[in-house]
Design a protein around this ligand. Structure first.
Ligand SMILES: *Cc1c(COP(=O)(O)O)cnc(C)c1O
Length: 453
């Protein structure tokens, strides 16, 4: 299978190249040239353990990897999950399900994609013999999941910038206590935006990028989307057959990545009830669904920090389908949006999406009411999914993180202190980080010092 850019000005590439490149050379995002109809596979796939289902699904897409290699990569990627079901589906009520996506090494759903991506990178290095330097900036969960995905891998050095003093106690520990020699957490003096800017400038230096084999770890990699489609399929197959076509997936969303992965699965012959976009107070996507106006606002910190985003980078993938695969139109919309910060669409709401917005106050009272009604503690991101459930049942709410990652919000809401064994162990470990100025020069000097060229 070949992959095309949403902007239509780069040649199609195979799976492994699309994964290695991340962003297409024309600035677009990769998507399958044609989506397969997989509806004939349902009886074959029902009842498969998670890794087997993941392998069977990805085999349809990773057609330039030998089957045996892909099978090993997938098996290794989900071995690190602590629940035997990998993504267990809990039933809270007759028509209310919760898909637990927090049993990976960093207790958030990003492990599903980044464990796999880490192993795909390793395979690429083995094949090409070229070591890589992974550089990223994080405001929390992505950096931790990327580090866990690449930890100790031969030929990979990983540098993650984070704004010192602006991420949570546990998030910082997840990044700085790995003990691995190939992991360099860079504590930047400044904000996340300062870190992001320094990162962009470092990537823009093409000579340096090529010299060290710089690679981005971000939310737009094709492999991340496809890896996430799998848990929608897994959950859908676990539902009683008569409920499948009426069940809505409720997805706490920031970047549009997670919900897009589900929507894409729905385009492959599976009949799914619908998709609900649940935002926090940073509600750019909610406003889009309600009004057709895609308009970026100012990010205001919330108690669901991993969704504090105002530009949903994966939205471009949906836009490509929404415009009838018109790459010229995609370029036009993205250019107008980049220039003015907004774009108005006609008829946006007709595409099966619904949406809601949860304030910090809503989040707190939802955590309380789910706890008292169902005896279940949801994390602040997952809580956003419960804002507007009337009319959405039957539904599956995606539980994107473990409540123990956000102890302050939980304590404030219900007075309880949720615990997770892996986080308890972290509290005792020493922090190892590298304070650095937020500039291209500082980053480049540091990287060159640490790697053997
Ligand atoms: C990243 C993240 C989200 C948002 O996911 P998107 O793919 O950006 O929509 C939601 N919840 C948690 C816990 C996250 O880490």
């Amino acid at each position: 299978m070949q992959y095309v850019s949403t902007r239509g000005e780069s040649p199609p590439v195979g799976f492994t190249e699309a994964v290695a490149l991340g962003l297409a050379p024309d600035g677009g995002l990769y998507l399958p040239e044609a989506l397969p109809d997989l509806s004939g596979k349902v009886s074959e796939w029902e009842g498969l353990p998670y890794p087997d289902l993941c392998y069977s699904f990805l085999k349809e897409f990773a057609t330039d990897l030998p089957d045996e290699t892909l099978a090993q990569i997938v098996q290794r990627s989900y071995q690190s999950f602590t629940h035997p079901g990998v993504a267990p589906l809990q039933q809270l009520d007759e028509d209310l399900y919760l898909l637990e996506l927090f049993h990976g090494p960093t207790l958030a759903f990003k492990d599903f994609a980044l464990q796999l991506l880490g192993n795909l990178y390793e395979e690429q290095i083995r094949r090409t013999g070229k070591p890589i330097v992974v550089l990223g900036a994080t405001s929390g969960d992505t950096g931790a999941a990327a580090i866990q995905g690449l930890l100790g891998k031969e030929g990979v050095n990983i540098f993650i910038l984070y704004p010192e003093g602006r991420i949570s106690f546990l998030q910082e520990r997840q990044m700085t206590c790995s003990g691995a020699g190939n992991v360099f957490p860079l504590a930047i003096q400044g904000t996340f935006d300062d870190a992001q800017l320094a990162l962009k400038e470092t990537f823009a230096d093409k000579a340096f990028s090529q010299q060290v084999g710089l690679s981005a770890v971000n939310s737009i990699n094709l492999a991340r989307i496809l890896a996430q489609s799998v848990y929608y399929l897994y959950a859908w197959l676990l539902l009683p057959e008569e409920k499948r076509s009426m069940t809505t997936f409720v997805v706490p969303t920031g970047n549009f990545g997670n919900v897009f992965a589900g929507w894409l699965l729905g385009q492959m012959g599976f009949s799914i009830g619908g998709f609900h976009i649940a935002t926090n107070q940073n509600d750019v996507l909610h406003r889009l669904v309600q009004t057709g106006q895609y308009e970026k606002g100012r990010v205001t910190p919330s108690s669901a920090p991993s969704m504090d985003i105002q530009v949903a980078s994966n939205f471009e993938r949906f836009l490509y389908y929404f415009t009838g695969r018109d790459a010229r139109k995609v370029r036009e919309v993205m250019a107008v949006f980049a220039e003015t910060g907004s774009y108005h669409f006609e008829d946006f709401t007709t595409h099966g999406f619904t949406s809601s917005r949860a304030s910090d106050k809503d989040i707190s009272s939802i955590i309380r009411s789910i706890s008292s009604r169902h005896g279940y503690l949801v994390d602040p991101h997952t809580a956003c999914g419960f804002r507007d459930l009337d009319g959405l049942l039957p539904c599956i709410v995606l539980a994107t993180a473990h409540p123990a990652k956000f102890p302050d919000v939980i304590r404030e809401a219900v007075g309880a202190d949720p615990k997770a064994p892996s986080l308890e162990a972290l509290k005792e470990k020493p922090i190892v980080n590298f304070p650095l100025g937020a500039s291209k020069e500082a980053i480049q000097t540091f990287i060159l010092e640490k790697i053997d060229l």
